[in-house]
Design a protein around this ligand. Structure first.
Ligand code: NAX
Length: 330
């Protein structure tokens, strides 16, 4: 049988962890014949480690045939040891009255430490996916801290936003979500993100031909996708967890497997300057995986004035975030 993949997950006792771990252990991330070892990382607090123990007990009780072993630790060096994938989910949540800039400064140093630990202890083929917010800039910090790991191994997640946008388009068009293809998010995973309704298709036709209400596309669609996270908090009293975990399953699954010709997925990756996005920023792009560990940014998509303007604003925000953490990017 196959050699187990070591999957390190930070924030493993959190909400997203709870929805994510059973899906990794049951084969939904890496396939139904791929054994996994889970390396579960939490903060060194008694409560967090006790909760983590409880999660591990439940995973045992699922008797997943693919789950070969679990490591529970608050030591990042141990946690990332031999990891083939590092899923950086844990982060401090934004507290009451906290500005986005404060959150960035609070979380930044954590990602320096994790980047270094990945650099020094992970498997030579390690790939990283960041979910903890602000995920683009946290990924940038970890990438800079992991000097020996190639930059293109670092990604951040806009797949949840992509999936949200697909669902909204399908609802508006009155079709099954399976009819929507190539929905794409550009820019930052934040309120400035850019859901691309020009290059998405519904039933094989451009989304903006099927949905003729262009005011809806530019206004309600945009703001519903951008503010969906806040709407979930409002409704549930807790932030998105099931759908975030699902987004990460999709994100990694689709980076591990080859993307069909003519298709792409939203993935935040280091910019090579494509589409005018400042080189070096980690921004959401149309990504096509080769299924061998590599990927490319799909070229030649037309954005038009409206979406280009929105992307510019999102890139400006990413630059601002980078400026805020400049001292962590040595
Ligand atoms: P929770 O607060 O439920 O869980 C976070 C867990 O991370 C806690 O158990 C905490 O102890 C742990 N943690 C904190 N710092 C850590 C560190 N340095 N090392 C290891 N573990 C650490 O949050 P949850 O709802 O699971 O969300 C986790 C993160 O995902 C948040 O930063 C959140 O903002 C972000 N999200 C990102 C999304 C995306 O699309 N990129 C969407 C969902 C979510 O909001």
């Amino acid at each position: 049988s196959k050699t187990p993949i070591h999957v390190a997950v930070t924030g493993a006792a959190g909400q997203i962890g709870y929805a994510l771990l059973p899906r990794i252990a049951s084969g939904q991330m890496f396939g139904p014949d791929q054994p996994v070892v889970l390396r579960l990382i939490e903060i060194p607090h008694e409560k967090a480690m006790a909760a983590l123990k409880g999660v591990a007990m439940e995973l045992e009780d699922c008797a997943f045939p693919l789950l070969r072993d679990m490591v529970l630790t608050s030591d990042v060096n141990e946690g990332f040891r031999d990891a083939n994938w590092a899923l950086l989910v844990g982060a401090k949540p934004r507290g009451p009255g906290m500005e986005r800039g404060d959150l960035i400064k609070e979380n930044g140093p954590i990602f320096v430490g994790q980047g270094r630990a990945i650099n020094d202890h992970a498997s030579a083929d390690v790939r990283v996916a960041v979910v903890g917010n602000p995920c683009n800039t946290n990924a940038l910090i970890a990438m800079h801290a992991a000097k020996d790991v190639p930059n293109e191994r670092f990604t951040a997640m806009t797949r949840l936003d992509q999936n949200r946008a697909e669902a909204q388009l399908a609802q508006k068009a009155g079709v099954a979500v399976s009819e929507v293809h190539n929905m794409l998010i550009w820019g930052n995973h934040s309120a400035t993100q850019v859901p691309d309704f020009k290059n998405a298709t519904i039933g094989g036709k451009p989304a903006d031909e099927v949905i003729t209400d262009h005011e809806w596309l530019k206004n309600d669609f945009f703001s519903t996708v951008q503010k969906r996270g806040a709407a979930i908090i409002q409704a549930r009293g807790l932030s998105s967890a099931m759908s975030a975990a699902n987004g990460l399953i999709d994100h990694v699954h689709d980076l591990v497997n080859a993307t069909a010709d003519g298709s792409w997925r939203s993935v935040c990756v280091p910019s090579d300057g494509s589409y005018g996005v400042t080189e070096g920023l980690i921004s959401s792009f149309p990504v096509q995986s080769d299924g061998q560990g590599g990927y490319k940014i799909v070229q030649g998509l037309e954005l038009g004035d409206f979406l280009s303007g929105k992307l510019k604003a999102s890139v400006a925000e990413l630059e601002e975030e980078r400026e805020t953490v400049a001292d962590l990017l040595s």
